[in-house]
Write a protein that binds this ligand. Structure first.
Ligand SMILES: [Zn+2]
Ligand SMILES: [Zn+2]
Length: 487
């Protein structure tokens, strides 16, 4: 767009009423505000454009006549000829400066937090919206955009499931918004194991169930009811269903126990072996022919870690493996390790690890959720729900690709070495090559602009009553650090 086209002449006595017609030129309609490039312009450089009258060309000064968040207007009134006009830095979407809405949208849709971004812009001394404005945008235009975009996406996913004609094979995963028993929200995501996409998400607030421990179960039941209401039956009566059979969850459980053990006296060798042990678990699940075979492979570990390789599946040991310190058979560390790795509760789970249905994609989903809704922050019900849906949209587009398989049909795992973990390696599923572009953000932006243009302030569907509604309300002034806003 040519910069001159954004100049609008106004008559001397016209006050600056903000109607759409005033600010929309033909060029604006060609390029939607969300797709137009924006620039960082310095105050002095901007005002240097207003040193001369456009009519008589004598010297003249421009003054900032309006400011709304990221938007400004500069008005120039000539003292020589009386010519007056106003330049506006942004197009308007109805009565909202486009840049303000798009900044809010970009913050939320990227999974960033308004506090951090607005703080950053404050450091830059950038004219900016207040957090209050962000939350208004979020409430009226952004959350509805997310929900509508997800609904459309989910409809397509469910249609694809129905079109396949076979019963669903699903995996499920629960998440609490804070560790331990004090969780306020529990969410439950359902993965269609054939397409590796999240097809449904339930969010439960703890005051909707009798205790926060029941949130996960409630979420699962609601999800299954939802799928049944869409005439989608899952393969088994309880499909997922027990997380313990999922490799990632089993591995996390083992990791925790080994972490505790390694802190005991004479058991620090356990720490060195933890990664190898969980890698071995993935290897067993990926290579075992059936439950018994998986179990046999798993048990071979107990001798291997004592440098006994008769039952092992490997041929020779790498020089790196040879340098490892072995466990002394019968030592305290070895016995305690045996108690954990071959416990009566763990072995049946290991046997049920299924390489075909392992929900390793949930690990990727978890990291996406943690990006969009960090556990350390507290969110409102709708705030968290929307961020979880963003995570689902992001996941489905980026990670929900089926896992690559070997010629024998095994899912391929790569070993990733991460610097953050001091060179420890983690098995990572190799996805099939990416074949499409990221489109969900474009859809979200389009919807946000559309809703703002329509000027309807979309209200949310019912949310559970806030937790605080069950408590007495103290006088706010008596609370030392009363925080004003919910995210
Ligand atoms: Zn003039
Ligand atoms: Zn061995």
């Amino acid at each position: 767009m040519c910069p001159d086209d954004s100049f609008t002449d106004v008559d001397l006595d016209t006050s600056f009423c903000l109607s759409q017609e005033d600010y929309t030129t033909e060029d604006d309609t060609e390029m939607s505000p969300q797709n137009e490039i924006k620039y960082l312009v310095f105050h002095s450089h901007l005002l240097s454009l207003f040193t001369q009258c456009r009519s008589c060309h004598l010297s003249c000064i421009g003054r900032i006549s309006d400011k709304q968040g990221t938007y400004i207007a500069v008005t120039q009134e000539c003292s020589h000829c009386g010519y007056k006009w106003t330049w506006r830095s942004q197009p308007f979407i109805r009565d909202t400066p486009a840049g303000n809405l798009l900044l809010s949208a970009s913050i939320l849709f990227s999974g960033a937090t308004p506090a951090k971004v607005l703080h950053l812009l404050d450091h830059l001394k950038m004219a900016c919206i207040k957090d209050r404005t962000f939350f208004d945008h979020q409430k009226f235009y952004l959350l509805p955009s997310i929900k509508a975009t997800w609904k459309e996406s989910q409809t397509v996913l469910l249609q694809q499931c129905i079109a396949r004609g076979s019963p669903l094979s699903i995996g499920g995963d629960g998440r609490c918004d804070s560790p331990g028993h004090s969780a306020k929200f529990g969410s439950y995501g359902i993965v269609d194991m054939d397409s590796k996409k999240i097809i449904h998400l339930e969010l439960v607030q703890c005051n909707q169930v009798t205790s926060s421990n029941n949130m996960e179960k409630e979420g699962l039941l609601k999800a299954l009811n939802f799928l049944a209401s869409k005439s989608l039956e899952s393969k088994q009566r309880h499909p997922h269903i027990d997380h313990r059979y999922d490799v990632w969850h089993v591995s996390e459980g083992i990791k925790k126990k080994l972490g505790k053990l390694s802190k005991q006296a004479n058991c620090d060798l356990v720490r060195e072996w933890t990664k190898s042990i969980t890698n071995h678990l993935y290897w067993c699940a990926a290579n075992g022919i059936d439950g018994d075979d998986i179990l046999k492979r798993w048990k071979s570990l107990m001798d291997h870690i004592c440098d006994e390789h008769d039952e092992c599946y490997h041929t020779t040991l790498s020089p790196e493996d040879r340098r490892k310190k072995w466990f002394a058979p019968g030592s305290k560390a070895h016995e305690k390790l045996y108690d954990i790795l071959c416990s009566k509760t763990l072995l049946p789970d290991i046997k049920k690890l299924s390489s075909q249905h392992q929900t390793s994609s949930l690990e990727a989903y978890h990291s996406v959720v943690n990006h969009f809704a960090p556990k350390l922050l507290s969110f409102s019900y709708h705030g968290l729900h929307s961020r979880l849906l963003l995570a689902v949209l992001h996941f489905n587009e980026n990670f929900g690709r089926p896992q690559a398989r070997t010629r024998e049909g095994k899912e391929r795992l790569a070993i990733a070495y991460t610097k953050a973990k001091a060179g420890e390696c983690t098995p990572k599923p190799i996805p099939v090559p990416k074949t499409y572009n990221i489109v969900y953000v474009e859809k979200l932006m389009h919807k946000a602009v559309e809703y703002c243009t329509a000027g309807e302030k979309h209200e949310h569907s019912e949310s559970p009553p806030p937790l605080a509604s069950a408590y007495e309300h103290p006088d706010k002034d008596t609370i030392p650090s009363f925080s004003r806003y919910k995210r």
